[in-house]
Design a protein around this ligand. Structure first.
Ligand SMILES: NC(=O)C1=CN([C@@H]2O[C@H](COP(=O)(O)OP(=O)(O)OC[C@H]3O[C@@H](n4cnc5c(N)ncnc54)[C@H](OP(=O)(O)O)[C@@H]3O)[C@@H](O)[C@H]2O)C=CC1
Ligand SMILES: O=C([O-])CC(=O)C(=O)O
Length: 262
């Protein structure tokens, strides 16, 4: 059977979930040809475990002629690899969707995807329901928003973190604004808000509320869209971010399936 070749850019937590699922036989239509990262040890570890090629540069990865490159690294890496990947004839599967809050970058990649005949697939990540969200957005003007709850410790390292959040007895809203400002403040923590915005009202009009909840383990993302005839709520709780890696596996299965969703 002819297999589609895929490669992984970013050999951390989520990249390994995709590779593990492939090794366990859940991506039978694919061959994992290589992986790329800036961390030589984690790149070698993923490659060894999966008997694929470890690559120190994107050029080495693209020389393996993958049909799909799975980006599981960072918004910065997505910015670096999107153009060369499409130009080399590969399709992209993206987790660091926050990079597309930049309208110029999004439009440049959209144009390139059209001219190369390749596609950029936005993984559902830690949320979902893009089908019904996009449908609602077509039907009338909409109000769209996403309310995220996180444990205070997971906000460490962000500009809004302070030690008092750790000992607070009640939930508090630590950010309220639009999706563009949210990803600016939390570049690796709210890809979900940009994904929601791209599926609904856009990054300027999609409201984002981020809440610190004492004792909360994991993340809860509640998306709500109201139109003239529809009211959509998509609420996803996950204990860890593993769901985002698994969303890539589900997407890749759909891409290769004879009977597909969407
Ligand atoms: N869409 C969604 O719903 C979600 C998206 N995400 C996003 O997915 C991405 C991956 O997450 P996760 O696997 O947890 O992250 P990890 O930190 O576990 O892994 C990322 C890997 O990519 C590497 N990397 C990062 N930047 C670069 C770069 N510029 N060049 C080469 N390698 C790079 C890192 O190297 P090093 O070890 O040196 O840092 C690391 O090995 C993140 O951007 C995250 O924000 C996460 C959860 C949900
Ligand atoms: O894991 C999550 O819940 C969400 C996340 O990190 C992101 O959107 O980047």
């Amino acid at each position: 059977m002819h297999k589609l070749k895929f490669a992984i850019a970013g050999c951390g937590f989520l990249g390994n979930i995709v590779a593990d699922a492939w090794r366990q036989g859940l991506l039978a239509d694919y061959e994992l040809v290589g992986c790329f990262g800036r961390n030589a040890a984690s790149t070698a570890a993923l490659a060894d475990k999966n008997a694929c090629q470890p690559c120190a540069t994107l050029d080495e990865l693209l020389a393996l002629r993958p049909d799909y490159v799975v980006e599981a690294a960072s918004p910065g890496l997505l910015r670096d690899i999107a153009q060369p990947t499409l130009s080399a004839g590969a399709n992209l599967i993206v987790l660091s969707i926050g990079a597309f809050a930049d309208a110029d970058f999004l439009s440049q990649i959209e144009t390139l995807a059209r001219t190369t005949g390749r596609r950029v697939h936005l993984a559902s990540g830690a949320i979902g329901g893009f089908d019904v969200l996009r449908t609602a957005a077509l039907m009338s003007a909409i109000d769209a928003g996403i309310r995220t709850e996180k444990g205070p410790a997971s906000l460490r390292g962000t500009p809004i973190f302070n030690e008092e959040l750790l000992t607070a007895s009640a939930p508090s809203e630590v950010f309220s604004g639009n999706a563009r400002d949210a990803i600016g403040l939390f570049p690796t923590k709210v890809n979900v808000s940009v994904a929601t915005a791209l599926a609904t009202a856009g990054v300027a009009a999609t409201q984002v509320s981020i809440n610190s909840v004492p004792g909360f383990l994991g993340d809860d993302h509640r998306i709500e869209v109201r139109g003239e005839e529809v009211h959509v709520v998509v609420d996803t709780y996950s204990r860890t971010s593993a769901i985002a890696g698994w969303s890539v596996v589900a997407l890749m299965r759909n891409l290769a399936a004879p009977i597909a969703f969407g």
